[in-house]
Write a protein that binds this ligand. Structure first.
Ligand SMILES: [Zn+2]
Length: 154
């Protein structure tokens, strides 16, 4: 809200009020005819209507600015929520849907298996998706193979 503009409008309203009361006094004193007073009254009413229109425009502009800012804040909040939701669903993929425990990932060569050690389930997830298998050696894979023998496919 432009306070300078509001103060200016306030001063204008006061000038109109004084002009109106001056015209009334002049009419009573006989220094102004009824016709002149009526013309002056009409002009003042028009000027006051113009002020009302200006005030309405200011209110609308103020409202739109505030509403626009709030709208952007709501959008930002929604984006945050979506982000959090996405993180959560990505993380859910690391947990067993049956028992809720975190999966163990085991490699046999370049093949990755997603295992739940509680439910004794293992799912082949793909080959060479992660590079960690390169840090392992055949003895690791033999051990994993033995573990997976007792696991069924989820
Ligand atoms: Zn499980």
């Amino acid at each position: 809200m432009n306070m300078e503009e509001l103060a200016e409008i306030g001063r204008e309203i006061e000038r109109h009020r004084i002009a109106g009361s001056d015209a009334m006094e002049a009419l009573v004193a006989g220094t102004m005819t009824a016709e002149q007073a009526e013309t002056k009254r009409k002009r003042l009413m028009q000027a006051n209507q113009a002020i009302k229109d200006r005030l309405k425009a200011l209110i609308l502009r103020d409202y739109l600015t505030t509403a626009g800012q709030m709208g952007r804040m709501v959008k930002a909040l929604e984006a945050c929520e979506q982000e959090a939701e996405r993180d959560r669903s990505a993380d859910e993929q690391n947990y067993c849907q049956k028992c809720g425990r975190r999966f163990m990932w085991r490699n046999v060569g370049r093949d990755h298996y997603c295992c739940c050690d509680t439910c004794k389930t293992a799912d082949w997830a793909g080959s060479n998706l992660f590079s960690n298998w390169r840090d392992e050696d055949p003895s690791d894979w033999e051990l994993n193979k033995e573990i997976l023998k007792g696991y069924r496919q989820a």
